[in-house]
Write a new protein. Structure first.
Ligand SMILES: Cc1cc2nc3c(=O)[nH]c(=O)nc-3n(C[C@H](O)[C@H](O)[C@H](O)COP(=O)(O)OP(=O)(O)OC[C@H]3O[C@@H](n4cnc5c(N)ncnc54)[C@H](O)[C@@H]3O)c2cc1C
Ligand SMILES: Nc1ncnc2c1ncn2[C@@H]1O[C@H](COP(=O)(O)O)[C@@H](O)[C@H]1O
Lengths: 337, 263
């Protein structure tokens, strides 16, 4: 495929007017790939009033940034974003284009892949280069994490993938690092849309999206009562994390579906996952087994959740949680917190 | 109003258990069911039909002949008719080729005003087929829809559940809407639904019937290739403590979290 496609591109993401942290994670992935290929690393960003924010992409590893700054890009109009990305890809021909597996990435990328008639691999947990063939190796879990598959796109360009948020940390920023900014402009018809954006309502219960949280404290039916979830919120707050739940708890209406972890909910890979009063049914484990560290608290020593735990406590969560909260809050009064 | 629902048959997940030794999942036998996340798409289509008496709902599924069971299940929930897209030539399709084939079928059936898909299939878990079908049809797609507020004068207004909140958008029809579980509570089919589902004739559409170009379907029409499959060991051999004294267990937990740098 030596048809002039060269370079690794990431698709940056703007959220609430800011470049979101997943954009920097993508650059860390991109850097690994571009170093192995010996090519440039570039980033696309589309937004409104974003010019001052672009420098940071250079600090985190981008060599080139293709930016489009236009009032019509303030909100996500999928057809407009896809049209611009398509034009950029056709003009500059990157060999690889990756985005984050957020609702943005998982919407725009399949639209773009269909327009470009190329392959797209979803929700990868690892990306690498087959250095002999100079081809992207995309590894992702399938069938509820039961199977891992490595996928290639041998004959189509660009090779496209979305990668799971949190599967890699951003590089340490180098504030002295500079890059090449290419500000693109497109004619008015590019901004015509079949969508009309009406409004956004913030979900007060979740500050950080659960898939991007470093720590997730999850509760199951063993929490016994909706009221007891207060303790989980408190613990999550202390650990700077988010609250998750099993399906059983979501079905009982204790917490909204957006918090459900598992096969029919969200798949997460935080640094720390705490499963509290969760039995660990295969469908739940499917959504959290790739977490870095797993802590489980369950009354039943035979609960399957202990099979995936790095640290398990056989005991009553309703006794342990208050003690843990107390212990941690006494810490907060200390020096380091 | 013509409505279509795209459904997929997947291996049943409530039958799987963990293999204690290898720490992987074992499937007792290969039983299949309708992708659980597609039930919400079916339900939403049927609800719209109940509000709009002129609406007709067709179910479309691509897969092996047994996928007809999933189509019948959708009909028993209230859909009017169904089409099975099935041909050896379609085997091995990735999301681009699957979506190409489905979009060809949709065109062959004369197009639809509204198409519903599930958020993702629980086997492939890509969530790419819906957006790709829409794009190949040249119509807009709205993903992660948690509520259909209104369908009126050629426009649909929906809520999208995204990071940190929900977005309200309108889009002109025809459009494809991919729904999430939050949107509704799928009904249990009643007896008359089941009887009807058994009686409906479900046409099977092959490559010849839909006039596809063969280099765009099945494995040969798929840009991606699976080059390796491996089974991650799910089990970890962690430390398990039994509570004798709550305070000391909490102390050990705190030590553990400190040692792993998460506190
Ligand atoms: C198609 C399909 C998709 C599914 N998708 C998902 C999914 O996405 N996510 C998901 O989570 N599930 C999913 N499920 C459901 C899953 O099979 C389980 O039913 C569910 O995960 C169980 O939730 P739970 O662990 O909270 O409840 P239970 O299984 O009832 O477990 C409660 C646990 O709490 C323990 N306990 C009780 N009291 C205490 C106490 N005081 N202190 C400590 N521990 C205590 C018990 O020992 C028990 O292990 C799915 C099922 C199907 C069929
Ligand atoms: N073979 C298929 N036949 C019909 N619809 C499908 C098929 N595969 C996927 N879909 C639809 O596309 C959605 C997303 O599937 P996937 O991209 O495989 O995760 C599913 O929830 C279905 O609505």
């Amino acid at each position: 495929m030596g048809t002039g496609y060269e370079g690794v591109w990431t698709l940056g993401e703007i959220r609430n007017g800011e470049i979101s942290s997943v954009s920097y994670e993508l650059l860390a992935w991109g850097k690994k790939l571009s170093d192995k290929l010996g090519v440039k690393l570039s980033s696309i960003v589309l937004g409104s009033n974003i010019k001052e924010r672009i420098e940071r992409l250079f600090h985190f590893g981008a060599d080139v940034v293709y930016a489009v700054d236009h009032p019509r890009l303030e909100h996500f109009l999928p057809d407009v974003h896809a049209r611009i990305c398509e034009a950029l890809v056709k003009e500059y021909k990157p060999e690889i284009l990756i985005a984050s597996a957020t609702t943005y990435g998982r919407t725009i990328m399949p639209i773009l892949a269909a327009k470009l008639e190329t392959g797209l691999t979803a929700d990868c947990t690892d990306l690498d280069i087959d250095t002999k063939e100079r081809i992207l190796l995309q590894t992702r879990p399938a069938i509820g994490g039961n199977v891992m598959a490595t996928i290639k796109t041998p004959n189509h360009r660009p090779q496209m993938a979305t990668v799971r948020p949190r599967a890699k940390r951003p590089l340490n920023p180098d504030r002295a690092r500079k890059g090449e900014l290419i500000l693109k402009e497109y004619p008015t018809e590019f901004y015509r849309s079949q969508y009309r954006w009406i409004s956004f309502e913030k979900d007060e219960s979740s500050d950080s999206p659960i898939q991007e949280a470093d720590v997730i404290v999850s509760g199951g039916k063993g929490m016994k009562d909706e009221k007891n979830f207060e303790m989980l919120y408190e613990l999550a707050k202390m650990l700077d994390g988010a609250v998750g739940a099993s399906r059983a708890v979501v079905d009982m209406g204790w917490i909204p579906y957006s918090h459900q972890i598992g096969l029919s909910g969200k798949t997460v890979s935080p640094r720390l996952y705490m499963a509290i009063g969760i039995s660990g049914a295969v469908q739940h484990i499917a959504g959290m087994s790739s977490s870095e560290i797993i802590v489980a608290i369950n009354k039943d020593p035979d609960a399957p959740i202990f099979k995936v735990a790095d640290f398990g406590i056989v005991g009553d969560a309703l006794e342990i949680l208050p003690a843990l909260l107390k212990r941690l809050s006494s810490d907060e009064g200390d020096t380091d917190g | 109003m013509k409505i279509a629902v795209l459904i997929k048959q997947v291996p049943a997940t409530d039958k799987v258990k963990m293999d204690e030794k290898t720490g992987t999942m074992i499937r007792s036998e290969i039983e299949s069911e309708m992708n659980p996340l597609d039930m919400y798409a079916v339900e939403e289509a049927v609800r719209l039909k109940e509000e709009h008496p002129d609406a007709r709902v067709s179910v479309i599924s691509m897969g092996p002949s047994q996928a007809i069971d999933a189509i019948r299940e959708a009909i028993s929930m209230g859909c009017d008719d169904g089409y099975l897209v099935s041909d050896r030539k379609f085997a091995g399709a990735d999301t681009l080729a699957t979506a190409y084939t489905l979009s060809a079928v949709i065109n062959e059936l004369g197009g639809f005003d509204l198409i519903f898909s599930g958020e993702r299939a629980t086997d492939g878990e890509t969530g790419q087929v819906g957006p790709s079908v829409a794009t190949q049809l040249g119509i807009p797609v709205v993903t992660y829809v948690s509520k259909v507020e209104e369908v009126k004068s050629g426009i649909i207004r929906v809520h999208r559940s995204i990071e940190g909140g929900k977005e309200i958008v309108e889009v002109s029809l025809p459009a494809l809407i991919s729904v999430i579980k939050e949107i509704n509570e799928p009904r249990i089919p009643n007896l008359s639904g089941k009887i009807k589902a058994r009686a409906v004739r479900i046409p099977i559409l092959t490559a010849d019937d839909v006039g596809v170009s063969l280099d765009k379907v099945g494995l040969s029409g798929s840009p991606t290739r699976v080059v390796k499959i491996f089974y991650p060991k799910l089990s970890r051999s962690g430390k398990i403590l039994r509570v004798q004294n709550v305070e000391s267990v909490v102390e050990e937990l705190v030590d553990f979290m400190r040692s792993r740098g998460v506190l």
